[in-house]
Design a protein around this ligand. Structure first.
Ligand SMILES: C[S@@+](CC[C@H](N)C(=O)[O-])C[C@H]1O[C@@H](n2cnc3c(N)ncnc32)[C@H](O)[C@@H]1O
Length: 249
């Protein structure tokens, strides 16, 4: 899997991706990463990549040609056919990013992320090169770089070998439609609060049952929108009601 980022701030992206887990995975060659400086394709010797808006309005817009040439450069550097490449424009107008989208992106061989700045990017180049627009939430950032890092991080950690085992992400929040259960580490007692007895019992079946019910409860409390989209068996409902009753004693 190769990630290419078209950006005016490649250092920002590199600093994030070359750090911690993604950085180690990159060193091991578990994925490829490239950042293309759009300004290298400026329309004049002063590095011009933006211009005023037709029709008036405040701010500057990124010009079509430098973005188009940066996109072509990313494809030729990758050596991957353009029909096996997915080009995504980071944009507050896009569909909101989620775990399923990250998994879908990992099915492509080459993901190109275009980062806008200023007022955004000339529509004509977006229409020509972009397969989809993607937002990381309903707010406006100054540029697409932090959004692009978010996407690469979420995708990269699901690639084989990046985390020690697939279990490390398969049981996490959003993978199964539920949020993860609460977790604890040593010491067993801290600030007069003990780790739940069941986790110290060594009884694996009871631990798994506790984790599953806590995961349901966590989702019900924190993300009711997710919870009510899921199906629970009759027995799971009975167990959950019992748990809620116990907690309120
Ligand atoms: C200031 S924003 C442009 C906003 C644009 N004028 C609008 O109102 O839709 C500059 C750039 O930041 C990026 N960006 C801003 N908010 C984002 C979000 N929520 N998700 C992903 N990218 C975002 C996009 O690449 C965008 O081109």
């Amino acid at each position: 899997m190769r990630f290419s980022v078209l950006t005016l701030f490649p250092e920002l992206i590199k600093n994030v991706i070359q750090t911690s887990i993604t950085g180690k995975a990159l060193e091991k060659g578990l994925f490829e990463f490239d950042s293309i400086q759009i300004r290298d394709f400026a329309v004049n010797d002063y590095g011009k990549v933006d211009d005023y808006l037709f029709g008036g309005g405040k701010g500057m817009l990124m010009m079509a040609e430098p973005v188009y040439q940066a996109w072509q450069e990313s494809i030729s550097r990758s050596g991957i056919d353009s029909n096996r490449t997915l080009t995504v424009y980071m944009s507050p107008k896009g569909k909101v990013f989620d775990q399923q989208t990250a998994a879908r992106f990992n099915e492509s061989n080459h993901l190109i992320l275009l980062c806008g700045h200023y007022e955004g990017v000339d529509q004509r180049v977006l229409d020509e090169i972009v397969d989809e627009e993607l937002s990381i939430g309903d707010f406006v950032l100054t540029g697409g770089e932090i959004a692009a890092c978010t996407v690469i991080d979420a995708c990269a950690r699901m690639l084989p070998g990046v985390l020690p085992t697939a279990d490390a992400y398969l049981n996490e929040s959003h993978m199964s439609g539920f949020l993860e259960h609460p977790q604890y580490t040593r010491p067993a007692s801290w600030h007069n609060t003990n780790v739940p007895d069941v986790l110290m019992s060594g009884h694996q079946a009871n631990i798994e049952k506790w984790q599953k019910l806590q995961s349901y409860l966590e989702t019900m409390n924190k993300r009711p929108d997710m919870f009510w989209n899921q199906h629970l068996s009759e027995q799971e409902w009975l167990d959950l009601i019992e748990l809620i009753k116990d907690a309120s004693k």
